[in-house]
Write a protein that binds this ligand. Structure first.
Ligand SMILES: [Zn+2]
Length: 432
């Protein structure tokens, strides 16, 4: 009799080991639902994403949670007694994946939120503010080009160009896919806000870390300080003068490859100095090529092309680095007799996470005895959209092996549970 009571009790209270078991089962079922070659494919506003949504709806309904969709067709799950109470805390992440991606990118945050709601429901616990779990759609740019489709729609920021963008394989428009999923295309294309900002007291997103920092530093949980924005030049051409590699002496050369190498060397050195001063910056020239039609071992190239991307949590750092880059270009142009032509500058603003959230998460970690560190996010997330629209936002990172956007993502369930426990704890009495 006693033993039976114990089992029922622990089932109702949804104890820690049960929660871990539950999470593992959900992740495995989700993987199975969206298997594609070695990874998973949950296409934005498409079949894979919809299967994941349907699966979560089934679990939520079984638990007596209330399920609905907002006007961008994002899934909302909440406790029955929340009704129309405002403002509420939004917690969530996205359910889509890149083609043949990993199972945890995005899904981890939605499942952590679902487990928190189930725990509140089974234990009859009331939070200070109502919690809405939002499973955002279309976070990944891999399917149509634009990213953060579900969250940008909520704030009236999805453009006509975005809506007209074409699916990578079917060629059908995003508009078409969103309409099929039930989104209110009329309002979205007019740029109407679908969410009243004053109705949302805060947003919190748990996500796997997609870089190698937490594994290298051996911490299971991270509190994100900010999401790096970027300045990007997709194509920078350096024009010099083509010539015979044996016949043109050094002093008469206008070699664009050496000029670009010199430029990259100078910006790398400046980057090192900024890091020493404690500033946040990462820099990548992901493309660097001479023209394959013309290039040859024995030819001084006439031109070369490269891309340049700078990312930082600080817009000031980005703008200052951009100025430095252009000053160095002018100096190298004079010294080497070359010319740099830049494609239009792309700018995505950084997003700073809310300090009250950060302190609150730190103290929750202390309460739960969770080892953690504060770190920036190099990758973009929906949290940036919420933060840049004036909603106090936060992110919890969970350690993840083998990077992300690939089938080999490997998050330990014990690490996930520490992140999920932190999420739950932080939702009880959010700092607003
Ligand atoms: Zn993600």
């Amino acid at each position: 009799m006693n033993t039976q009571m114990k089992i029922i009790d622990s089932d109702l209270s949804f104890c820690c080991s049960k929660r871990a078991e539950f999470a593992s089962t959900i992740f495995e079922k989700l993987r199975f639902l969206s298997l594609d070659g070695p990874g998973v494919s949950r296409e934005s506003y498409g079949v894979g994403e919809q299967k994941a949504i349907d699966f979560l709806i089934q679990i939520a309904k079984n638990e007596g949670l209330i399920v609905s969709f907002d006007q961008a067709a994002n899934l909302i799950i909440e406790l029955p007694e929340c009704g129309e109470q405002i403002p509420s805390i939004f917690c969530g992440s996205h359910l889509d994946s890149v083609p043949q991606g990993g199972n945890f990118d995005g899904a981890a945050g939605v499942i952590a939120g679902l487990i928190s709601l189930i725990r509140l429901k089974r234990n009859g616990i009331k939070t200070k503010l109502p919690i809405k779990l939002i499973a955002l759609r279309g976070e990944e740019s891999a399917w149509f080009g634009p990213c953060y489709i579900g969250s940008n729609s909520l704030f009236g920021h999805l453009t006509e160009d975005d809506l007209n963008s074409k699916h990578r394989t079917t060629g059908k428009s995003l508009r078409n896919y969103m309409a099929k999923a039930g989104a209110n295309i009329e309002k979205i294309s007019k740029g109407e806000k679908l969410l009243k900002i004053s109705d949302v007291a805060g947003y919190i997103e748990l996500h796997i870390e997609q870089g190698p920092v937490m594994v290298a530093r051996n911490v299971p949980v991270g509190i994100v300080t900010g999401l790096r924005g970027n300045i990007r030049y997709k194509k920078i051409r350096c024009l010099g003068e083509a010539g015979h590699s044996g016949a043109v002496p050094r002093w008469l050369r206008h070699d664009p490859v050496l000029a670009t190498s010199e430029l990259l060397h100078r910006v790398d050195e400046h980057w090192r100095v900024l890091l020493e001063r404690g500033l946040d910056l990462v820099l990548t020239a992901g493309i660097f090529t001479t023209n394959p039609v013309k290039h040859a071992m024995s030819r001084i190239p006439g031109e070369c092309e490269f891309s340049l991307e700078m990312r930082s949590q600080s817009i000031e750092t980005l703008e200052a680095f951009d100025e430095f880059l252009k000053a160095e270009m002018r100096s190298i142009e004079r010294e080497k007799g070359v010319c740099f032509n830049l494609s239009p500058k792309g700018l995505i603003k950084p997003a700073i996470m809310n300090q009250n959230w950060i302190e609150h998460l730190s103290s929750c970690c202390d309460t739960l005895d969770i080892e953690h560190e504060r770190l920036p996010s190099g990758a973009g997330h929906d949290a940036a959209v919420f933060a840049n629209n004036g909603i106090p936002s936060a992110m919890i990172f969970v350690r993840n092996q083998n990077g992300s956007h690939n089938p080999n993502e490997a998050m330990e369930i014990s690490d996930f549970m520490q992140g999920a426990e932190l999420l739950y704890e932080s939702l009880l009495e959010p700092p607003f």
